[in-house]
Write a protein that binds this ligand. Sequence first.
Ligand SMILES: CC(C)(COP(=O)(O)OP(=O)(O)OC[C@H]1O[C@@H](n2cnc3c(N)ncnc32)[C@H](O)[C@@H]1OP(=O)(O)O)[C@@H](O)C(=O)NCCC(=O)NCCS
Length: 372
Amino acid sequence: MSSTYVPGLEGIIGAQTAISHVDGANGRLVYQGYVIADLAEEMSFEEVAFLLWKGHLPNRDELDGLTKELATNRELTPAARMALDALPKDADPMDVLRSVVSVQGVEHRLAKPTAALAIHATASFPTILATFYRRQHGLEPVQPRPELGHAANYLWMMNGKESSPEIVRALDTYLVLLADHGMNASTFTARVIASTESDLISCLVGAIGALKGPAHGGAPSAVIEQLEEIGTAENAEPWMRDARKRGVRFMGFGHRVYRVYDPRAKILKAMCERMNPKFYALASRVEQTALTILHEEHPERPQSTNVEFYSAGVLQAIGLPKEYFTPTFASARVAGWSAHVLEQAAHNRIIRPQSEYIGPEPRKPVPLADRG
Ligand SMILES: CC(C)(COP(=O)(O)OP(=O)(O)OC[C@H]1O[C@@H](n2cnc3c(N)ncnc32)[C@H](O)[C@@H]1OP(=O)(O)O)[C@@H](O)C(=O)NCCC(=O)NCCS
């Protein structure tokens, strides 16, 4: 058995999956055999969630069934509503999501993960976020509307008014693009927890925690902050060269697997140019500069734009506040996380790798009185 330590587990195969494939060399992302670009423009989040959970695109009856099930599971449990009320208004929405999803899970105990529980969890994420957002702004919560699709209902519950079909379509496309992505850190986390035969909600809570970090899903709001600091196209190059001297990483660039342009970023870039020209004008200049500098620093290690960079411009155009970018990412990825949990549970063996011990040689403990 191999015993070589690989930092970050780079290149190590941690699972077999039929759910999605990230082909980093060729910039291809596939869900259950379908190339992402073929799904992104036309499919709803509901269709893609069904695909991830069940392995095939739904027919009309199956889609109607799922849409209805999602719509009837949007209400929160009384305990979750109380938890939302108890949390401080200035809490990070990602922490709120992690906490309230966890509270919802107290009813599940060690329930075996099922597609029905995955649907329930997926339906509840937008309700948690929108309820907290409205409370933060001193607004009454808005009841979910069963006749609205997943994306439209999220925006309805946030804003208390219906969004235009273009905006709803943009959010749907975003949710489709972000719904799954191979063995990323949060999905791996979910699978590790699932492998102990724990419950679905515990897997999702762990995954939310992993997604939160800026090296993973926490990047899009940081993209906005970097762009705000840069301010003007002329300032891009001096700011970015200075940032690298200070060891700052460019948010929205670099990826463990992609060595070419992220296929999701390509779609989001085109959407951003159309929907958010002001953001795009500065962002595209920053992008060119970032790619030049990253190439100069490591010509042997191609780095490119990742999904987070233009996500920020698209989510801003949709009207979501930047604190809600990562939780909205979670609201897409919950479909993938739960699909992976179901897959792990169906073919389970506990995930339990080894560590390489680099601590001191065996030694005897010195009594407290004799320690200097
Ligand atoms: C995504 C990320 C964590 C991948 O990390 P990784 O797999 O360890 O990265 P790689 O092995 O390809 O490259 C590491 C090297 O490239 C540099 N690098 C990678 N991404 C960089 C970035 N965004 N800005 C500047 N330098 C970067 C690192 O400084 C490092 O160089 P060093 O070895 O001289 O220290 C990393 O690229 C990153 O932090 N990006 C910024 C945050 C971000 O956009 N996250 C969202 C990811 S979808």
